[in-house]
Design a protein around this ligand. Structure first.
Ligand code: ATP
Ligand code: MG
Length: 391
């Protein structure tokens, strides 16, 4: 269907009380950002609906709808035709919309909503009238009020809007309304999903990636940049801090008992991520961990990892099976990139028999053997490479 305008419906925001305008303002700003690369638009809000109308000719509204399907805070996306608020013009426009569709053997139903109570017909009257008009002027359509193939929706507002398609939005809350957190982003399947899930609740992301050149390749780094790019379509701009981790890893391998290697490495990652978070205005950490997935994610290991930092650590995948995480990663398009076979610094130097039930005291004792952890962490942070990923 040729869309003159896209109507966006929001859900949870409309439940907000006094600070609802703050959420709406952020949502409109995020919507503007999402469609800006396609041309100029007028974007305005009225009665829990945002209207996105192109101001330039030739804008691809299908592409606009696709970009809007990644903006958190929107529940439904309805590309619509707009016409004058007269029955004559509503009939004409509705039939034009249907003429563009494959109708043979299909069923339909009309649904009407009248925001403008001055309009001479009420909603049931509009439905009955338009149902009859459609039956009379099309071929192959029959009515099914329970499970129609085509739902013709007519909304009478300042103008009349007609649409047959309701695309599911990304849900959640507008990014920028819930603070900032630092995502520990590896090249795997779980951490991009974890970042997406927290961002869905309105949180802006800072990302931290540890790489171990020359043990991990540039391609592994490129893969992480690509993952950040994919999720930035949802999360907005991400500042990705790429932190050289080789010296720290080599020192751990050199000085600490083998079975503690992974857990100590993870604790130092958390501590560097926390420092990076503080320096960049983020107030929590996010990881892709899930209980029991690997040795470093047993209950005991997670307790020891948490103990390394004082910031809260959000682990949205914690109770999810791998299959469930994979299904989200496919939905958000990170899966194909995540499974590219480049090594991660966690997967090199993996001990054969990692400790699965470490205690804080034994790990702290092992960490005393490190040469100069504070100095090495400061050096790693000083040598970070910052990549700014625009939406
Ligand atoms: P993922 O699929 O996200 O890589 P994983 O199942 O491979 O997770 P681990 O390698 O044990 O699990 O890592 C657990 C979490 O630690 C990751 O989800 C991520 O948040 C963080 N992490 C691991 N490696 C790195 C890295 N190189 N840089 C930044 N964070 C990392
Ligand atoms: Mg990993």
């Amino acid at each position: 269907m040729k869309a003159d305008v896209i109507l966006l419906k929001y859900g949870e925001i409309s439940l907000k009380g006094l600070n609802r305008p703050v959420f709406e303002k952020q949502l409109i700003s995020n919507i503007s950002h999402a469609v800006a690369p396609l041309g100029r638009f007028s974007i305005r809000k009225s009665q829990s609906t945002v209207y996105v109308e192109p101001l330039d000719s030739g804008i691809d509204m299908g592409l606009a709808a696709e970009r809007l399907s990644k903006v958190f805070g929107i529940v439904n996306i309805c590309p619509a035709a707009r016409c004058e608020k007269t029955m004559e013009s509503i009939e004409k426009t509705t039939l034009e919309c249907l003429a563009e569709m494959e109708l043979g053997g299909k069923t339909f139903k009309v649904e009407a909503k009248r925001e403008d109570k001055q309009f001479p017909m009420n909603s049931p009257q509009i439905c009955r009238h338009m149902g009859a008009v459609i039956l009379k002027n099309t071929e192959g359509l029959t009515v099914d009020v329970h499970k129609p193939d085509i739902l013709v929706q007519i909304e009478i507002r300042k103008d009349a809007y007609i649409f047959t398609e309701k695309i599911s939005g990304a849900g959640g809350m507008p990014v920028g309304t819930a603070g900032r957190a630092a995502l520990l982003l590896s090249g795997g399947i779980d951490s991009p999903v974890a970042g997406w899930m927290i961002s869905k609740r309105g949180v802006m992301l800072e990302a931290v990636h540890f790489h171990s050149h020359p043990y991990t390749s540039d391609r592994a780094k490129e893969k992480v940049i690509e993952l950040a790019k994919i999720i930035s379509a949802y999360t907005g701009e991400i500042r990705l801090h790429i932190i050289p981790f080789t010296d720290i890893q080599l020192d751990i391998i050199d000085k600490c008992p083998k079975e503690y290697l992974t857990i100590i490495m993870r604790r130092l990652m958390m501590r560097i991520a926390e420092k990076t978070a503080v320096a960049n205005g983020a107030s929590a950490l996010i990881t892709g961990e899930s209980i029991g997935q690997v040795a470093s994610q047993t209950m005991e290991s997670l307790v020891v990892t948490d103990n390394a930092v004082s910031m809260p650590v959000f682990r949205p995948c914690i109770g999810m099976d791998k299959e469930e995480i994979v299904s989200i990663s496919k939905k958000i398009d990170t899966y194909e990139t995540s499974i590219l076979p480049y090594e991660d610094c966690c997967t090199i130097f993996v001990p054969k028999h990692p400790k699965t039930k470490p205690s804080i005291s034994e790990i702290e004792a092992a960490e005393k053997l490190l040469t100069d952890p504070e100095g090495m962490m400061a050096a790693a942070i000083a040598n970070e490479e910052l990549v700014i990923i625009k939406q």
